[in-house]
Ligand binder design. Structure first.
Ligand SMILES: [Zn+2]
Length: 130
């Protein structure tokens, strides 16, 4: 019962958005405001407290995770729970600067367990801390 953010009923916006969709200014402003609201919600705090980046699966201090839209608002993505994920700064930057195709390739590499990130000693997922 910590869910104080109005939720959109029905379908999550997880299918590719048609190319002819252009988010208008009012839509972008509204969804950004909604995202800000959700950022303050208990739902988001719980979500982020896992400390796990949605994309690379590595663990971070919760304060280092940002909120990311799976489908960007500019592509018609909405600020609903199903479209919002915790994301580390590295992935966030990649997503911003890579072309959608390159980003998809990065995700594919991650899915194969081969992120091209430098090997670091902090990504151990075997600590069963949940
Ligand atoms: Zn990440």
């Amino acid at each position: 019962m910590d869910d104080d953010v109005p939720q959109e009923g029905g379908d999550l916006p997880l299918e590719p958005v048609e190319d002819f969709f252009y988010a208008d200014e009012a839509f972008v402003r509204r969804e950004k405001a909604k995202a800000q609201e959700i950022r303050r919600s208990q739902w988001w705090k719980n979500r982020r407290s896992s400390g796990i980046c949605h994309y690379c699966g590595r663990k971070f201090p919760p304060a280092e995770l940002t909120m990311d839209h799976l489908i960007p608002i500019s592509r018609g993505g909405r600020s609903v729970h199903g479209n919002l994920v915790p994301c580390c700064k590295e992935c966030n930057n990649r997503k911003k600067y890579l072309l959608p195709m390159e980003w998809q390739e990065y995700l594919d590499r991650l899915a194969q367990g081969k992120p091209d990130a430098p090997a670091e000693a902090n990504g151990d997922d075997g600590n069963g801390h949940d």
